[in-house]
Each structure stands twice: as structure tokens, then as C-alpha cells.
Write a protein that binds this ligand. Structure first.
Ligand code: NAD
Ligand code: MG
Length: 392
């Protein structure tokens, strides 16, 4: 029996994780759940899974939850704030930690799990984008096992030889091919992109996800963040990570070897597959996802990405090439731009513009300490907010 903490349990990944866990009550025990504001969602999860601890990042929501739990005579302990998140990420009862908070807000709790030597199921790609070098180094020092949940990276992990950590060149890997659906606007002209609304951007053709990652998929920043994520997870350089548009989202990514072999992982686009894979690894368990119907899929298409219409991908390569604090600045500016777009205070094409202006305004520094990265994150957010204000 493995104890599991889910950071961000009320979100899209969190709910999918609980769906898989509920199928295997003999294997997994939910130790702690966390959310930001969603008291009712958390209450229902506490009723269904009886965790030892529930954390609401927001103080007032924590108080409200504690009251509701008392009314229902549930004895789940309630904690709040980043301190509470870090506590449940590192508590001894948790063998595994699912990192499914969205954005850089998930960095400190995920890092706490790494420092406690947990098996980390990493969905929160922003954590790695902000602090990749430091994060991987802490994992090595503390013997934490990082298993990727992002479907592309999980696919790459499945296609890699078991000893890939020796170095990709040593194990005969030439390239990582990250597939991208292209999002809802793959065929849209620049004029059409100008008028995109938040609702249109959040309607992804193949995947159901939280709003922030849905917008990232529409701008293709999601793929840019994933290129950076792949560089850290698989210890490789950006030149060895190629993005391939594949609108059906059936191949989740591929690994090319020196001999010309290309291995791919296929499946229905449902996050329960990578979640079940990472929970059970190296075993395999039922995920609740049906068989892939290749006759219904019928064809698999591939295209090169267009960085004219989707400059975010180019900006992400620019940031990882620059290294140091640049990816943290890229991520912070993007989080601000996406939030303002979702509120209706920035147009869709403004997102890459705000990111580019912010990225270019900051001198790159070596990403030596967490404090420096968090400070850059903070300063980049302030700068990006200013850029947004000046546009209106
Ligand atoms: P979501 O918005 O649906 O859920 C986010 C969760 O984090 C919620 O439980 C929310 O309460 C919590 N949260 C939000 N802000 C917080 C804060 N400041 N402090 C503490 N908790 C906070 O997001 P999602 O789609 O589940 O994505 C989660 C992460 O997984 C993201 O990093 C995303 O990029 C990654 N991911 C998601 C998918 C997907 O299919 N949804 C696929 C691959 C990767
Ligand atoms: Mg992905």
C-alpha cells in the first residue's frame, strides 16, 4: 500500500488522479489533498477519500473547509498556505506525491517533496521551467524519483532505455520528437487570431484541461514549456528536442535512436494513462481508459510548427538557449499575460508580445539559488503587468 499526496487535487489532473486511485483501493491510500479556493470540491473529495490532511492554500477557504468538515463529522485535519502545502508534500505517510498545482505556485511544494526523497509524479511543468537545474540537482541529492505526467514526457520516458540517465548519447538516443496537437487555432490566420476570445481558446479539440494550460496550448507556449521540461527531465540540449505537429493526438511523443529507429507511445488522449503509468511504474495497472481504436483513428498526420503565427514556441527556445534565469522570466511573463487574457484585459496576440518584451528586458543571470529565481519571477511579473497596463 502506497500513501499518496495530491497537490492540486481539485484540478483537472487532480480529479483524473483520484479517478485512477479509486480503481485501486488495495494499492493506494490518499494521505493528503490540496486546493486553492474550491471548498465544496475539496469537501466532496474528503468525503470520498477520507484523507488525513486537507490543505487550502487560501486562508479563508481553509477556515470555511474546517467548518464544513466539522458539520459532516469528518476528522480530516485542515492546514493552509504554502507551509501547509510543503508539510503534506513531505509528510512521512506520503510515499508518492502528485504535483498538479498550476503555475510557479507549485514550485515550493514540489521541491519539498523532492527534498523529502519522494516519488514525484510531475504534472506541474512550470516548476521545472522555473528552476530546472536546481530541481533536478535536489532530486539527485535526495534520491527522489521524478516520473513525468505530462503526456509527451511520459511517452518519451516510456520510449527511453531504462538507463537513459547515463546520458542520451551513451544509450544511443539521437533526438526527442515532442508531438503537439497545434491547439484549436492550428489553421487560423493572424487576423482570426487577433479576435480569439478566452472561451474559444479554452475549447481544445482533443484534451480537457485547466484554463491556463488550455490557453498555453492555443498559443503553443505549452509546447515551448514542454521543450524546456524535456531538456531537464532527459538531460539534453534544445537542439535535440524537435516539435512535430500531430493533430490527432494519438502519438504522444517519440524517441529517435542512432540507428534510425523511432519508438512512439500511442493511446487515447486521456491523462489517466500517464497517471496510471507513473503511479504503478514499473508495473502496469488499469487506468479506466478504453482501447485505442486504430480503425476509427484511420490516419496520423504530421506537420512542421509555424513560429510566425505562434511565436511563443520560438520565445521558449530563446529562453532555454539563453539559460540561467531566462526560462523563469519567460514563465512569469506568460502566467501574467494568460491571466490578463482570461480576464479580458489582453488580446490573444498580446500574449506573445508581453512575453517577448519582458524576456528581452531582463539580463540573464546564472540560476544559482532558489532565492534568485523567485526574485526574478517576482520582478518579471511586475514588469509584465506594467507592459499589459501600457497596452490599454
Ligand atoms: P487546473 O487549473 O485544473 O487545476 C489546478 C489545481 O491547482 C487546482 O486544484 C487548484 O486549486 C490548485 N491551485 C491553483 N492555484 C494555486 C495556488 N496558487 N496555490 C495552491 N494551489 C493552487 O490545472 P490542470 O489542468 O490540472 O493543470 C495542473 C498542472 O498540470 C499544470 O502545471 C499543467 O501544465 C499540468 N498539466 C496538465 C494537463 C491536463 O491535461 N490538464 C496535462 C499536462 C500537464
Ligand atoms: Mg503535454
Amino acid at each position: 500500500m502506497k500513501g499518496l499526496t495530491i497537490l492540486g487535487s481539485t484540478g483537472s489532473i487532480g480529479v483524473s488522479t483520484l479517478d485512477v486511485v479509486a480503481r485501486h483501493p488495495d494499492r493506494y491510500r490518499v494521505v493528503a489533498l490540496t486546493a486553492n479556493h474550491d471548498v465544496e470540491g475539496m469537501l466532496q473529495q474528503c468525503q470520498a477519500f477520507r484523507p488525513q490532511v486537507a490543505v487550502m492554500a487560501d486562508e479563508a477557504s481553509a477556515e470555511a473547509l474546517a467548518g464544513r468538515l466539522r458539520d459532516e463529522s469528518l476528522n480530516t485535519e485542515v492546514l493552509s498556505g504554502v507551509v501547509g502545502l510543503e508539510r503534506v508534500a513531505s509528510m512521512p505517510e506520503a510515499d508518492y506525491v502528485m504535483a498538479a498545482i498550476v503555475g510557479a505556485a507549485g514550485l515550493l511544494p514540489a521541491l519539498a517533496a523532492v527534498r523529502a526523497g519522494k516519488r514525484l509524479l510531475l504534472a506541474n511543468k512550470e516548476a521545472l521551467v522555473v528552476s530546472g537545474h536546481l530541481f533536478m540537482e535536489e532530486a539527485r541529492q535526495h534520491g527522489a524519483e521524478i516520473l513525468p505526467i505530462d503526456s509527451e514526457h511520459n511517452a518519451v520516458f516510456q520510449c527511453m532505455p531504462a538507463d537513459f540517465e547515463r546520458g542520451l548519447a551513451r544509450v544511443g538516443v539521437k533526438k526527442i520528437l515532442l508531438t503537439a496537437s497545434g491547439g484549436p487555432f492550428r489553421r487560423s490566420s493572424l487576423d482570426e487570431l487577433r479576435a480569439v476570445t478566452p472561451e474559444q481558446a479554452c475549447a481544445h479539440p482533443n484534451w480537457e484541461m485547466g484554463r491556463k494550460i488550455s490557453v498555453d496550448s492555443a498559443t503553443m507556449m505549452n509546447k515551448g514549456l514542454e521543450v524546456i521540461e524535456a531538456c531537464w527531465l532527459f538531460r539534453t540540449s534544445p537542439e535535440q528536442v524537435e516539435v512535430v505537429l500531430h493533430p490527432q493526438s494519438v502519438i504522444h511523443s517519440m524517441v529517435e535512436y542512432n540507428d534510425g529507429s523511432v519508438l512512439a507511445q500511442l493511446g487515447n488522449p486521456d491523462m489517466r494513462i500517464p497517471i496510471a503509468h507513473a503511479l504503478a511504474w514499473p508495473e502496469r495497472i488499469e487506468s479506466g481508459v478504453g482501447s485505442l481504436d486504430l480503425f476509427a483513428v484511420a490516419r496520423l498526420d504530421f506537420e512542421a510548427p509555424d513560429t510566425e503565427r505562434f511565436p511563443c514556441l520560438r520565445l521558449a527556445y530563446q529562453a532555454i538557449d539563453a539559460g540561467g534565469t531566462a526560462p523563469a522570466v519567460l514563465n512569469a511573463a506568460n502566467e501574467v499575460a494568460v491571466a490578463r487574457f482570461l480576464e479580458g484585459n489582453l488580446d490573444f496576440l498580446g500574449i506573445p508580445q508581453v512575453v517577448e518584451q519582458t524576456l528581452n528586458a531582463f539580463a540573464v543571470e546564472p540560476a544559482e539559488t532558489l532565492e534568485l529565481l523567485l526574485e526574478q519571477d517576482h520582478r518579471a511579473r511586475e514588469y509584465a503587468e506594467q507592459v499589459v497596463r501600457e497596452r490599454v
